[in-house]
Design a protein around this ligand. Structure first.
Ligand code: ACO
Length: 329
């Protein structure tokens, strides 16, 4: 094989719908409180898309911002990968819708399903496409409308999730910016821990599945908690090792925003200061595949991540899936 090319993130963008769903809003409809939600999760509010706004609308806005930041024209995009578990339709893919809406006339397009690890998986695939020289500009997106699949009567899960989208443009790098390492993992057979039970071919939609709320997110929060802490620590340590540095040399960790307490535990176990983790769960909740790219975009736009910084991204989710990407931003 010819030599692998150096690939960097040329631009980032994100989008969140305007409507804020606060903890107080939940306490009006459920037996819960702002205090409980903040103390147990770190979430203060999340964004909810209006019913008529599909995932592709949020993804397109994030993508336009990323393309603008990367100074790339839509017709120069070769591939669109959209990490999502809340696509506009089963088919055609949300990525195909984006290809049309964004005017990426030359691009191939597909969705990637890895739940909360969807962006990390997508970024890794896009990286490999560019570094082998088969693509020049790849648009990688994580986008979700989780408000459309939550059970608003289940107080243990519905308070966790929000909607949004984040995007990056990957391109052959001519400066210090470079993706250095990626590792992807899966352990199937744990549908009982986290899943959307019905609507697919195993349990096609029926009146019973709808009445039984089987088209909404089902989670076992405590089990996910342990899994998330373990995998987050493992993935950060692996990325640091493969980059040939101690964890302390990472400039910023950009983790999946699942629960502030998970990030606090991981920070303690890694002996890594919490203020060098990008945290925005207080404003967005858990947006699944959108969570890491929104956090990355905010870290870049606020100047908390600068060109040349060693950044480690890490996520974990249903599947089970987990993974990491390390880069010099
Ligand atoms: N308001 C008030 N009380 C609540 C609420 C609520 N919203 N939700 C649960 N409770 C109650 C429970 O009923 C329980 O009451 P009991 O003691 O009388 O039985 C009590 O609070 C404690 O419940 P736990 O489930 O033990 O609470 P815990 O501290 O584990 O927090 C949580 C639950 C927030 C879900 C936590 O486990 C968590 O964050 N888990 C991981 C996140 C997650 O599941 N994410 C899903 C997406 S997957 C992913 O992104 C990887």
């Amino acid at each position: 094989m010819s030599q692998l090319l150096k690939v960097g993130i040329a631009g980032t963008g994100s989008y969140a719908p305007e409507r804020v769903m606060s903890n107080a809003d939940y306490s009006k409809i459920l037996d819960t409180s702002d205090e409980w939600i903040r103390e147990r999760t770190g979430i203060r509010e999340r964004r909810f898309a209006p019913p008529e706004m599909p995932t592709s609308f949020m993804a397109a806005n994030a993508a336009r911002r990323a393309m603008e930041a990367a100074s790339v024209a839509p017709e120069d995009i070769d591939l669109i990968i959209c990490g999502t578990v809340t696509p506009d339709h089963f088919f055609p893919s949300t990525a195909c819708r984006l290809q049309h809406e964004l005017g990426c006339v030359r691009a191939g397009a597909f969705d990637l399903s890895a739940a909360c690890t969807g962006f990390i998986y997508s970024l890794s695939v896009g990286w490999n496409m560019v570094r082998t020289g088969s693509m020049r500009n790849v648009l990688v997106i994580g986008a979700e409308k989780l408000s459309s699949i939550i059970n608003m009567q289940d107080r243990t899960s519905c308070i966790l999730f929000g909607d949004g989208a984040g995007a990056t443009v990957l391109r052959q790098s001519e400066n210090a910016s470079e993706i250095l390492f990626s590792s992807l993992h899966a352990l199937g057979g744990h549908d009982d821990v986290m899943s959307l039970p019905a609507g697919g071919t195993r349990h096609p939609p029926t009146h019973e599945t709808i009445d039984g709320k089987q088209h909404t997110i089902h989670i076992k929060g405590r089990e996910i908690f342990k899994f998330a802490v373990t995998k987050m620590v493992e993935m950060v340590e692996l990325s640091a090792e493969k980059c040939g540095v101690p964890v302390s040399k990472i400039a910023m960790i950009i983790p999946h925003q699942v629960n502030l307490r998970i990030l606090e535990y991981a920070s303690e176990k890694l002996n890594f200061p919490l203020d060098r983790m990008m945290i925005n769960i207080d404003r967005y909740g858990n947006t699944s595949a959108a969570s890491v790219p929104i956090a990355l975009d905010e870290a870049v736009k606020s100047g908390r991540v600068k060109r040349g910084d060693l950044v480690v991204m890490v996520a974990f989710g249903a599947g089970l899936t987990w993974g990491t990407v390390a880069l010099r931003y």
